[in-house]
Ligand binder design. Structure first.
Ligand SMILES: C[S@@+](CC[C@H](N)C(=O)[O-])C[C@H]1O[C@@H](n2cnc3c(N)ncnc32)[C@H](O)[C@@H]1O
Length: 180
């Protein structure tokens, strides 16, 4: 992600890492981009007593109720814990806070993308109610259609782009946004 910094971070002044845990990823980003205001948003007991660090701060709350908005939202290995219906509640909550005002926000989702039903998927189905690994092709368990099928209104303000392959090698943006 940091290798593709121009694609992701150009023009951003703030970023929130939703479900960011104790801030390992956000801290790496905040150090690479000292002018970017970074927030980690996670459950109150997870972020309690974590010290602020220069341009990095921690905010406690429930992502299904509310949460800080920013120029970019990062969700790394968060969505695989949740059902499709739950996944789309998170950006819907952010949308509510903007009360219909036109805005642009980058949403960066980092997840394992499966092309087969792999062991991890089976583990998620067994251990986490409704959680799943998703693939990138068109069928009922994919990222391409996660937002457009379950919450079509979200695609009106947010394009979904494939940003990297499983190998971690950055690939050219393939913008699937329906916004003209
Ligand atoms: C699999 S961990 C991912 C942590 C981090 N993003 C990473 O990649 O290491 C999922 C995170 O989601 C957080 N989480 C779960 N439910 C949440 C909620 N309702 N509101 C905010 N964060 C939540 C958990 O506390 C946990 O830190």
């Amino acid at each position: 992600m940091l290798e593709s910094r121009d694609q992701f971070f150009e023009g951003l002044s703030s970023l929130v890492d939703v479900g960011g845990g104790t801030g390992l990823t956000a801290r790496t980003i905040s150090e690479a981009f000292p002018r970017l205001k970074c927030r980690v948003f996670d459950l109150p007991h997870v972020v309690a007593n974590l010290p602020e660090y220069r341009n990095l701060e921690f905010v406690g709350g429930d992502m299904f109720q509310s949460g800080p908005t920013a120029d970019a939202t990062l969700m790394k290995t968060v969505l695989h814990d949740w059902s499709d219906e739950d996944c789309v509640k998170i950006p819907r909550n952010a949308e509510k806070q903007f009360q219909g005002k036109k805005r642009e926000e980058k949403v960066v989702i980092i997840e394992m993308v499966t092309n087969e039903k792999l062991l991890m998927d089976i583990m998620m189905l067994m251990t986490v109610l409704n959680g799943r690994e998703r693939n990138e092709k068109k069928h009922d368990m994919d990222f391409t259609n996660l937002f457009s099928d379950v919450a079509p209104e979200i695609n009106a303000w947010s394009g979904i782009s494939k940003i990297a392959s499983w190998s971690g090698t950055p690939t050219p943006l393939e913008n699937k946004s329906k916004v003209p």
